[in-house]
Ligand binder design. Sequence first.
Ligand SMILES: [Zn+2]
Length: 232
Amino acid sequence: MRFIKWWFPLAAAVLLAVAALVQEQDAGALAQALTPGVLLIDPGHGGADGGAVAPDGTLESDINLDIALRLEALCRFWGVDAVLTRSGETIDYPPEADSIAKKKVADQHARLALVNGTEGAVLVSIHQNNYPAASPHGIQVFYGAAAGSDALAALTQANLTGQLCPGNRRVAAPADKNIYLMKNAKCPAVLVECGFLSNPEDLQDLQSGSYRMRLAAVLLGSYLQYTRGLSA
Ligand SMILES: [Zn+2]
């Protein structure tokens, strides 16, 4: 039963989002969705670092991982090469990383080595936003320093806004220079803040499996468009 429950919404999400994004511009092209690149999926935080925490205790790292695993499943479904920087909530740290700060640094170094060691990588880092006040909401895409990142971010932002939050006025923006992966990735890289854990409506969306599947499908559709030179 779990198998059936998983694949029905998956197929529906793919038809609605990926096909809409890809096929309308290039009919019959889904067979060519076997792109030569590798989608490097980075679920932010994990292990000793739970990231932001929602008012109800929901951890950012858990939502990030769930979206990432759905994205990876969609990639397998379409025969798109994908690699995760982590696939669970446990992270193996080197023995010398004996504090949370050192663990975070070691983890970031390991993720960057994976990204920069993967030929043809396109990095999509998945995060959730947080703010002291409850009112800020919406999806925003940030981009890294490497060439192509800004174009991927603009495309992804347009698709996410159009498919998931029409009326969202947030625009793609350069990532803060303190964000290690965005600063140092040598491949096109974006960081997607999928919503605000501090906003009740965003949090409700992000706690829904079907919403997370739609997010994953739009991220895959955006990657396919980008790697094939299409526009939003
Ligand atoms: Zn985060």
